[in-house]
Design a protein around this ligand. Structure first.
Ligand SMILES: NC(=O)c1ccc[n+]([C@@H]2O[C@H](COP(=O)([O-])OP(=O)(O)OC[C@H]3O[C@@H](n4cnc5c(N)ncnc54)[C@H](OP(=O)(O)O)[C@@H]3O)[C@@H](O)[C@H]2O)c1
Length: 334
């Protein structure tokens, strides 16, 4: 497994990280198909040390699962969680309505109102909740999940820097942030990471956050690098997703886009085949070769997926292989 630094923090994290959103079940059609402990243990056994979760992933459930799975091996991992998505207080920016399993599709399903709230007092409250659920005394990487227009970014960073001084967190990251917001974080302290959506099908950050992070020595953590699973090649056209699954209405999964995704995956498959690796592993390895992209957070529900994804962190793609896939990626517009 290759490792790269988390910005200037001094922390080295595996290039393939384990994303624990799907484990919490929320927006992923429930938890029935999941083996959380098996998946996390397999990830660590196969060299992944970066584990990413958030309070919002199942209203605390994902963090609890991660905390339980790390019993006895906490010190082997770089534990990353987030703050700023709040479902129990109506304060900050209203984000969306939600129910127990995901986003509420209409008023009758509405159970929670989710707010983006990065007020210093809320960060103080959230960190204690996360430490309790994760059963630890420190968070290695603490990230602001989304950006709150009702709180000055400088005040958010001042609070995060205070938490770092107190030893509750070791590195500071943001997510879903603009370059301007990152500059404002940097004006008050050390920003180590930026977590953004980035994959072969979602490349808008190639012209903004990726070059910024590379120039500023900020680690770029790509989220949803498998475009929620479709880039694994296993989801066949016409596949029906269950209630509450975020992929039901996602454009990548709609019938008219499938031929374009399949054409891209055919090129990926042929490059992978020559190296004896799967489509999913080729996708992850290619993503990690893109300028500025230091880490890929990949979601996994079971030990098989976690172990397979870890192997992508050992793959070396040649320049011609990277370019061949790049050509196919650039031709894919959905
Ligand atoms: N900061 C943010 O706002 C934000 C937003 C989204 C995600 N994230 C983070 O990024 C992480 C990863 O993103 P993601 O979970 O959204 O999507 P993803 O990594 O693109 O896709 C995860 C899904 O891909 C499938 N998969 C993974 N490995 C596979 C393999 N080896 N073989 C076959 N299928 C495989 C699984 O689908 P099945 O479920 O069908 O098995 C899995 O649930 C999250 O867990 C979370 O930590 C952050």
């Amino acid at each position: 497994m290759k490792h790269r630094p988390l910005g200037k923090s001094g922390i080295q994290a595996s290039v393939v990280g384990f994303g624990a959103w799907a484990l919490g079940g929320w927006m992923w059609g429930g938890t029935k198909k999941n083996d959380p402990e098996g998946a996390i243990r397999a990830a660590v056994d196969h060299g992944i040390n970066l584990i990413d979760t958030a309070p919002m992933y199942g209203y605390g459930h994902s963090e609890e699962l991660v905390g339980a799975a790390l019993k006895g091996i906490r010190d082997k991992v770089v534990l990353a969680t987030k703050c700023g998505m709040v479902w129990y207080k109506k304060e900050g920016d209203k984000f969306f309505d939600a129910n127990e399993t995901g986003e509420a599709e209409d008023e009758s399903e509405k159970k929670y109102e989710v707010y983006i709230n990065l007020r210093p007092a809320m960060i103080r409250y959230e960190i204690e909740e996360s430490l309790g659920r994760l059963k630890t005394d420190r968070i290695d990487l603490y990230q602001t999940h989304w950006q709150d227009s009702t709180t000055r970014t400088e005040d958010v960073m001042a609070e995060l820097m205070a938490l770092k001084q107190e030893g509750k967190i070791r590195a500071i990251g943001c997510s879903n942030a603009t370059i301007d917001q990152m500059k404002r974080y940097q004006s008050v302290g050390q920003l180590d990471t930026d977590q953004e959506q980035y994959s072969m099908l979602q490349r808008q950050h190639e012209t903004d956050n990726l070059p910024f992070c590379r120039d500023q020595n900020v680690a770029f953590l790509a989220y949803s690098p498998m475009a929620l699973g479709i880039l694994s090649g296993k989801i066949r056209a016409g596949h029906e997703f269950g209630a509450g699954d975020v992929r039901r209405h996602n454009p990548w999964y709609q019938k008219e886009n499938r031929p374009k995704v399949d054409a891209l995956l055919e090129v990926v498959r042929s490059v992978g085949e020559s190296k004896d690796i799967t489509i999913a592993q080729t996708v992850i390895a290619w993503t990690l070769e893109q300028p500025g992209c230091s880490h890929a957070l990949v979601g996994a529900r079971n030990p098989e997926q976690a172990a397979a994804n870890a192997k992508a962190g050992t793959v070396e793609l040649t320049k011609p292989e990277i370019q061949r896939i790049r050509k196919a990626v650039d031709q894919t517009t959905l």
